[in-house]
Design a protein around this ligand. Sequence first.
Ligand SMILES: [Mg+2]
Length: 177
Amino acid sequence: MGLLSKFTPDVMRDNVYCYTPDVFKKLGVDRVVFDIDNTIAPYEMHEPTEEVKAYFAALKEAGIEAMLVSNNGPERVERFNRDLGLFAVPDAKKPSPTGINKCLKQSKNKGGAVFVGDQIFTDCLAARRAGIKCFLVSPIQPKENLFFKLKRLGEKPFVCRYRRKTAKNGDLLETQD
Ligand SMILES: [Mg+2]
């Protein structure tokens, strides 16, 4: 895989709710590893909303194993995960693939796997290094400081690459039927 591909997501959607159990099932995916911050909740939201709980309940119901991998510390991850009860790896140091690999190794399911995150340089690269697909979402609450603005700017070529790649025939979700 070329360097550019490592930073180019397979799919981009507005939020996790676009990735329904049905979407995963059609792709033969039965394991989904999620980033937490800005992917399923804003930084300052300590506990999952009812909507988040319902989403993970629906995945479970469909036989899809959901797991969490966060660069945030154990306190944040454990509190957020208390009601969800998922396998979770804090302090994952993405773009290192270690956290994702841990999830995949211990998972009961052994079918297709996908990572869902909001950042190209950490989440997408970590997924690629672990050898799985990357489904991106728009960050729930983009930070507005200079560092994050520069990072968004850096991500742009890869977002454009995804758009070019999928302009004609659509992305993975649109071409699966
Ligand atoms: Mg994030």
